[in-house]
Each structure stands twice: as C-alpha cells, then as structure tokens.
Write a protein that binds this ligand. Sequence first.
Ligand code: SR1
Ligand code: MG
Length: 401
Amino acid sequence: MAYRALSEQEAVQYVKQLPDLFAPEAELTSREIGDGNLNLVFHIREEATGKSVVVKQALPYARVVGESWPLTLDRARIESEALRIQHKYVPDLVPKVYHYDEELALTVMEDVSDHVIMRKGLIEGNRYPLFAKQIGRFLAHTLFYTSDLGAHPYDKKALVGRFINPELCKITEDLVFTDPYEDAPTNNFNPLIKREVEAIWNNKQLKLEIAQLKYDFLTRAEALIHGDLHTGSIFVSPTSVKVIDPEFAYYGPIGFDIGAVIANLLLNYAGQHGLQPDAGKREDYREYLLATVEDVWNEFVSQFVQLWHKQAKERSAHTEGFWQGYVQRLIRDAAGFAGCKILRRVIGLAGVADLNSIADDQTRAEAERLALAIGQALILERNKVEVSTDITDIVRTVTAR
Ligand code: SR1
Ligand code: MG
C-alpha cells in the first residue's frame, strides 16, 4: 500500500488484516493519542476482550511544526529495529513489536498505556522507587551489548550502518547543540529570561565546552543509543518501566542517554518552583529527584561494570585500569550532555511541560533561571565530576545561590 497518513478507522482496518492480533469480526475502537512532536499514534482496543495494541505512524513532516518541516519516513524503520534490539536485551522494559510496515512507515506494538508517561507522573508529584534500578538496567544492557565491549566487531559495524540516522541526528545537532546558544529563529523562550539567555550567547567558555560535546555527539560511535531518552519517552507504573520512542537511535556517545535521563529529572527539579507551592513538600520532592539522579547513575554503572567484567569480548577492555578511566569519562559526558539538554528545553524549540505548565510568567521565569543555572554549571564543571554526588552537589550549590 502506497504511503498515506491513516485515519482512526483506517488504522482499525489495518490491524484487522494482520495475522494473530484480532479476529476479522472483532469490534475495535481507535483513538489517535499522539501528543509528541513528530508522529501519529493510534490506540486500538477490543472492548470485548480488553486486548489492545498501539499503531505508531511516522508523518512525512515534523508534527510540531507542520508540513513546512519535511522529515524522513525512515525513522519508523529505525524505531522498529531499535525497539526489537532493545527488547532482545531487556524484554520487560521495552514494548514488543508485532509488525513493521515499511511503505506506510508504521509499527504495531504492545500497548503499554496501563503505565503513565513519566513526565506527567513527576509533574503530579508521584514517586517511582523502582525507576532507577530499571532504567539503570535498560541503559547498562542496551548500551553494553551494542558497544564494542559487548558486540562482535562485525556485528557492531553492521549495526552502525543500519542506524545511520542523518535527519534525526541533525535535529539534535541543531536543537540541542547549536541553536539555543545563538539568536536562532527556532528558539522559543520566555521573554522574561532574555537577559540570562543573552549571557549564555555571550559566554565563550560555555560555548567552547558545548562545541566539544557536540563534536563528541557527531563522532563518537560508541553504542546504539536511544537518542531521545527524556521522561516523555518513558512510561512508568509503581512497579514497572517501559522505554518507548527510539526513533532518534544511532551509534553515538553512551553518556548522551544517561545525560538525557538526568536532565529531565533536573528539569522537573527546577519546575518544582512553580509546580509545588508548599516549600516543605517542594524540598522533599527535590530531595527525591536528586536521590533518583544519584541512583540512576549508580545503578547504571554497577550493572555496566558487572557486564564488562563478565561479558566483555574485546580483549583490550580487560587491560588493567581501562574500565575505571572509561567510567570516569562516561559520568563527565553524562553531566555535560545533561547540561545541554536542560538548556535546550528552556531556550530552544520543544520545551517541556515541567516548566511550560507553570501558568504565571514570573514564577515560570524563576524556575527557568534555575534550570539555566544548573545546565550551565553541569557543562562548565563536568570535568571535576567523579561520582554521582558530585552532580547533585552542583545542583544543590546552584540552587542555594
Ligand atoms: C522537531 S522535534 C523536537 C524534539 O522532539 C523530540 O522529542 C526530540 O527531542 C526533538 O529534539
Ligand atoms: Mg519522541
């Protein structure tokens, strides 16, 4: 079938003709529930049995902007292949792919909407005590097994080829590493923080550090990274985590995924200024977020190093002292990338509800200033970071200023 964007009813017809999902006579409801920046997402459910699936279809343009921003449909292939690979390593943490259609650029997958989007859960002030352990395992396993440490050299190079993702990488190159640091037309920030944003545009040391981080993003083909691991790409329940949306996947620096998780916890931390009016409860929730930042890194590193010792195929990886230096670089990369990802969400296109849902402009500006200060400090001080508490100490110091 030649490409066309499906309607809700066409999505029903489509899944009905697939084998092994629904009977031809099944009565199905269909709702388009996409609230992301790029795609159509249909939730299809059979009331009689409660069985449901999700159909995700790429549009030939970026939904957030419209048809004036054309975007490759190949991202649907990237996403479905990345989901399958991640599912192989952490089956409980990634939705199962039932079907991929290249022509229609769509993927039919397991419905995980019994979970909530983590960003929404955090905005509501909920806590997810098992999150750090599970996302730590997602990061450690998906990144280790696709890296030169855990993959056969031929397999790794073949994967690099399958995951050349130039158009989506270019979005990140522009929106995370370039536009927010100059007066670019894509920027979209609260006019009340113009002075702070201009100070960033004029900060030569900061821009040099960001140039170095961008160069790492451009060149360091370390592992198959998710590429957009913010809290809108993570579904949570009190006991379970599901990572979705890896359409930005490519071979890139491991610290970029870890930094994305940390950045989005800290964006919520900054947003608490307007989200939680009770000062006591705000401090308490912020402490929970900082403990989660520490736990995410600690879980990741303990599981990653364990895999390294037990499973690393690359013989040089077992050279004395090598893993310690590698891990030190990773936490510094993660801190730096987290900083860029915080700054882009405040200054650039595609902000986050943790800040944007603060109705009062003045209060939102105060939260945004805190986010900008945290982001800059993480970038500028990343080379002093050794352990996860160094990251949270930076956040505490900036908050106390
Ligand atoms: C035009 S796409 C804007 C943003 O949405 C995605 O989630 C990525 O973060 C991208 O940068
Ligand atoms: Mg997405």
